[in-house]
Design a protein around this ligand. Structure first.
Ligand SMILES: Cc1cc2nc3c(=O)[nH]c(=O)nc-3n(C[C@H](O)[C@H](O)[C@H](O)COP(=O)(O)OP(=O)(O)OC[C@H]3O[C@@H](n4cnc5c(N)ncnc54)[C@H](O)[C@@H]3O)c2cc1C
Length: 463
């Protein structure tokens, strides 16, 4: 890679929508680097010189609804001007909008996390575009069934359900973003690193070209030597899974996991928290409820014969919520078989948080049979522990998101329901704020755009 410093590309606009590459002894090499790395669109924006922006590469950690919405909004608003990578530690999307499937029939599923979507009149107005998108695509349909024991809600409030499970909300926003998700990718450490040949062999050669055009009057990025920049390396070498070849280098990272898991991130996050005791204490003050969820699958043809679709249980020390899940979604249980979801109360969840899951499942089933003595034997039971269920004490001031680090060349943002409140609209608010603030950040710090403008001025006369 020693020869990379000699790669110089001269981009000359020959038409408003075209580019010519010339005047370099190593031009073929430079061009092939750009093409090989699929950097041409990243390098040249929409094809016009004035829209040439080095695309910021953003890592979204978490493919829950906040992460999916961030991807959707960033792609909607910035399109080809950014590059998105999503890492999700689980094997599928959803997070707390989790849909669990029966072992022998993936068509049979239950929502172990979010149960239904409540839309207040205020959010019906301010988040209309998101709700309408989900409704028009059949992801959300009105909740027609009866919920026993539910509290009186504000007039005009509407409830919706997801015919294909709550994870279909997350899948929809991931799909519309066009971003791919790297599953079973567990982010554990972010490190500020001088990006150079040894970490990303090809890309710096293109960066070097741009660096040669740097404007001394502009705000300088943190640059340690010509052609190198301080960026974020996610899961540096010692954290990487065996077999993974390269460090992944990013301009910004959005952390969407619950704050308890943000606090466990190593490297940059710990450095940021050590410098900002107030932010650390606010993060530590965020509180979540904890609970267990059971999903019960029944054989096709089993009759459950319940007078409600869902029920808030009063007075039981263990169970708080039961839903006839297939019926709740308005689906026909006939060919699939009915299903039930049971959520424990929060005090029960907290008291038994570290208990053995099999033992807890047995205790919950006992309580369920006391409440519904005629319940038939399920064909399969799934049990999930929600250590972080719903936010009970959000981050001070409900800011929507916070910047853990905001430097000229990289940013780390924490987002999610901890910074608003725990439901779909809380996550939409957080994602909107996060994306607005990131766009502001890139606008303020995008020195490469200025460099491209300068290039345009220099070559404008030749066009
Ligand atoms: C039992 C329960 C019932 C609920 N009921 C409702 C309801 O009826 N209606 C409603 O609107 N809301 C409900 N909620 C709340 C709603 O589900 C959440 O507010 C929402 O799903 C939070 O989304 P999020 O993307 O912010 O976080 P999460 O869904 O927690 O997403 C974070 C993602 O990050 C991943 N992750 C974590 N650490 C890492 C890492 N180190 N590297 C990579 N990935 C990582 C996780 O696997 C997860 O997928 C309920 C929640 C629960 C648990």
């Amino acid at each position: 890679m020693g020869g990379a410093a000699s790669v110089v590309v001269d981009l000359v606009p020959i038409e408003s929508s075209d580019l010519q590459i010339s005047a370099s002894p190593n031009v073929e090499e430079a061009f092939s680097i750009i093409l090989r790395n699929n950097l041409f669109h990243r390098f040249c924006g929409g094809g016009k010189l004035q829209s040439m922006v080095m695309m910021p590469k953003i890592l979204i950690a978490g493919a829950g609804v906040t992460g999916a919405l961030c991807a959707h909004i960033l792609k909607r608003d910035l399109q080809h001007k950014i590059e998105l990578v999503i890492w999700e530690k689980a094997r599928g999307p959803g997070g707390r909008m989790s849909t669990s499937r029966k072992s022998d029939n993936s068509q049979c599923s239950v929502d172990l996390g979010a149960q239904y979507i409540t839309v207040t009149p205020q959010y019906a107005e301010s988040h209309k575009r998101y709700h309408e998108e989900l409704i028009s695509n059949g992801v959300l349909v009105p909740f027609e069934g009866r919920i026993e024991g539910s509290k009186e809600s504000e007039p005009g409030t509407l409830n919706f359900v997801t015919p294909n499970g709550s994870s279909s909300i997350v899948k929809h926003f991931l799909q519309t973003s066009g971003a791919t998700v790297d599953y079973q990718h567990h982010l554990s450490k972010l490190e500020a690193a001088n990006v150079h040949e040894s970490t990303q062999p090809e890309i710096p050669s293109v960066k070097m070209f741009l660096d040669t055009l740097s404007d001394d009057t502009a705000v300088k990025p943190a640059t340690t030597e010509k052609g190198t920049r301080i960026k974020i390396v996610a899961n540096p070498q010692e954290e990487r899974a065996a077999g993974s070849q390269h460090d992944e280098v990013f301009d910004a990272v959005i952390l969407t996991m619950p704050t308890g898991q943000v606090l466990q991130q190593k490297g940059l996050v710990q450095e940021a928290l050590a410098k900002n005791a107030l932010m650390k204490s606010h993060l530590q003050s965020v509180r979540y409820s904890s609970r267990y969820a059971l999903g019960l699958f029944y054989k096709p043809g089993t009759a459950l014969d319940l007078p409600w679709c869902a029920r808030y249980v009063q007075g039981d020390p263990c169970i708080r919520w039961i839903s006839a899940d297939v019926k709740k979604r308005g689906a026909d249980a006939g060919s699939l078989g009915p299903s039930l979801v049971v959520h424990t109360s929060v005090p029960f969840g907290i008291q038994h948080l570290e208990a053995d899951k099999d033992e807890i499942q047995r205790v919950i089933m006992q309580h369920l049979y006391q409440l519904l003595p005629d319940l038939p034997e399920p064909a399969e039971v799934k049990c999930l522990r929600w250590r972080y269920s719903q936010v009970t004490t959000p981050y001070e001031g409900n800011p929507g998101c916070i910047f853990l680090a905001r430097l000229p060349t990289y940013a780390v943002v924490a987002a999610g329901d901890a910074f608003t409140h725990s439901n779909l609209d809380g996550c939409i608010s957080s994602a909107e704020t996060t994306c607005e603030r990131l766009v502001e950040y890139f606008t303020e710090t995008n020195q490469l755009k200025r460099e491209c403008d300068k290039l345009e001025m220099e070559h404008g006369a030749e066009a």
